[in-house]
Design a protein around this ligand. Structure first.
Ligand code: PDD
Length: 281
């Protein structure tokens, strides 16, 4: 049984109560973040909280408590659940109102935090890599907002599993946008690292930003442009990044084997650098 944080209180999950009129429930009107901790240390918590504030602002939802207060709650939640390595899920909705599209609730926003223990560095995705499929990006055009409206992603991931692969990469008319819950990188035959530039077409991943920093530190050439669907055939390496994947090598895309079907040297190097960053920063 886990302890959660809801609207100012730490409670057992079975005692938590959210109104059926909460707009997160009736309209999917909500913003979330997933921030991980490894050995008791949060990874890029400030960046996640800054993105949370931005998402809320873009949707016109009241600003949350101060960042310091949120990070204290995050730490306390891990302690209360006896977790040193795992994730904190944070969700904010505008709160409860009659079911009416435009009305703004009079009460306070709903703030929910949950913690789960996960050993990210021992996941098969991180250690061995993943197989993925490509699907047309059917989501809305404000993918820069981290909203809880995740039905397309749930469907895409379930569809991937039913096709014998573990995740879906989305594409639009320009090329790959992002993964269903990750950002996508490709290393071409010349060793250039390619990933889509930030825009409303994808989420500005906190892991993506960190990996780009690390890549530049080790002297990689980076191109921020859409990966073309045909580029997987000649790619040297491919990987996805997210708070929970960290960096997961992609081994096949729609059955096309990337190089020799194993995690490549640049992917492994970036995994090591990222783990060092997590440990020493
Ligand atoms: N998802 N793109 C999408 C659509 C995502 O949902 C995520 C993260 C990312 C990567 O962002 P970051 O590196 O900041 O985690 C990109 C989280 C992990 C989730 O929904 O569980």
């Amino acid at each position: 049984m886990s302890i959660i944080f809801l609207n100012g209180h730490y409670v057992h999950e079975k005692d938590a109560r959210i109104s059926p009129f909460d707009r997160g429930f009736t309209f999917g009107e909500g913003i979330y973040e997933v921030c991980i901790a490894i050995n008791g240390k949060f990874v890029d918590a400030l960046e996640h909280l800054a993105r949370l504030e931005r998402s809320l602002k873009e949707c016109g939802i009241d600003t949350p408590p101060e960042r310091d207060e949120l990070s204290n709650i995050m730490s306390e939640l891990l302690q209360k659940n006896d977790i040193t390595t795992g994730l904190v899920y944070l969700q904010i909705t505008p709160g409860a109102s009659p079911r009416n599209f435009t009305i703004r609730p009079e009460g306070r926003p709903t703030l929910l935090m949950l913690a789960q223990g996960v050993d990210f560095k021992r996941s098969p995705a991180f250690l061995d890599g993943i197989h993925v499929q490509m699907r047309q990006d059917i989501r809305w055009l404000r993918r820069d907002i981290k909203t809880t409206m995740l039905m397309p992603q749930v469907m895409a991931k379930r569809d991937a599993l039913s096709n014998g692969v573990s995740d879906t990469l989305y594409y639009d008319e320009y090329g790959i946008t992002e993964g269903a819950s990750s950002n996508v990188f490709l290393v071409d035959a010349n060793g250039t690292l390619i990933t889509r530039a930030l825009s409303n077409h994808l989420l500005a991943g906190c892991t993506r930003a960190r990996i780009l920093d690390l890549a530049q530190n080790i002297g990689l050439t980076v191109e921020d442009r859409p990966i073309q669907l045909t580029e997987f055939v000649t790619a040297a390496e491919c990987f996805v990044t997210s708070a929970t994947y960290l960096i997961a090598p992609i081994l096949t895309v729609d059955g096309v084997i990337i190089k020799d079907g194993k995690a490549g040297p640049i992917t492994r190097l970036l995994q090591n650098k990222y783990c060092d960053y997590i440990e020493y920063n």
